[in-house]
Ligand binder design. Structure first.
Ligand code: C5P
Length: 227
């Protein structure tokens, strides 16, 4: 898409694990030819590196130091840390849980704010996460909040994980996602919640294509130069 005619803007897509925000955000960013920020991946990378260094969640000073030294690259849907492809390594629910614990800390969240904001460049950005519309990009032109029932989200996540790991237990996965939902929703700092000006989309009965089309409709309603 040729975007020379529009003023760069941000689309935020927040929601809980398995709501479809990653898939939809990627599709939207490709369609608009916008940059893409997977903010959850940043928390996962920090968790992965902290685990590699045998740190525990309350070793905040060490985790902050680790963040300052991180060399992350996102390219062609892959995530590299110090040049090593860690795309699949950061996707486990174990790393997700550790990421969620680390993400409760205000200092850690503050430390990566600049990194997250740096993704906003011309011609625009699609940012997905938990607090993109509320904290990181409160000025975003379009804010979406995707939800789905926990059963639906667990099933979706199961299908993703089973492609990469052979021993995924559905009951375990349900408990882990439920725990992560509660922890992300109830934390004091930047909890998972829809911005007041966000559009809510429930994706239970929608295909990826239908959810994507709903999001594009909302974007077009906010920026009529997008066809
Ligand atoms: O989106 P994803 O499941 O990869 O995120 C992993 C964890 O990172 C979440 O459970 C959440 O605790 C944290 N996170 C966050 N804020 C964001 C994105 C992710 O706290 N903007």
């Amino acid at each position: 898409m040729n975007n020379n005619h529009i003023k760069p803007f941000v689309v935020t897509i927040d929601g809980p694990a398995g709501s479809g925000k990653g898939t939809i955000s990627k599709l939207v960013s490709q369609t608009l030819d916008f940059h893409y920020l997977d903010s959850g991946a940043i928390y996962r990378i920090i968790a992965f590196e902290a685990k590699t260094k045998n740190l525990i969640t309350n070793q905040i000073t060490q985790i902050l130091e680790l963040i300052d030294g991180l060399n992350i690259q996102f390219s062609d849907e892959k995530t590299f840390l110090y040049g090593k492809d860690i795309t699949d390594l950061i996707r486990s629910e174990l790393i997700g849980k550790f990421a969620s614990e680390i993400a409760k800390n205000e200092l850690i969240r503050g430390r990566i704010l600049g990194l997250q904001k740096s993704f906003f460049k011309s011609p625009g950005l699609v940012a997905d996460g938990r607090d993109m519309g509320t904290v990181v990009f409160p000025e975003a032109k379009v804010k979406i909040f995707l939800t789905a029932s926990i059963e639906e989200r667990v099933n979706r996540r199961y299908k993703q994980l089973i492609l990469k790991e052979n021993n995924v237990n559905l009951t375990d996965l349900f408990e882990r996602i439920k725990f992560r939902d509660e922890s992300d929703t109830n934390r004091k700092i930047s909890p998972l919640k829809a911005a007041e000006d966000a559009f809510l989309i429930k994706t239970d009965n929608l295909s990826i294509k239908q959810s994507f089309e709903k999001v594009m409709e909302i974007i077009r309603s906010k920026e009529n130069k997008i066809k």
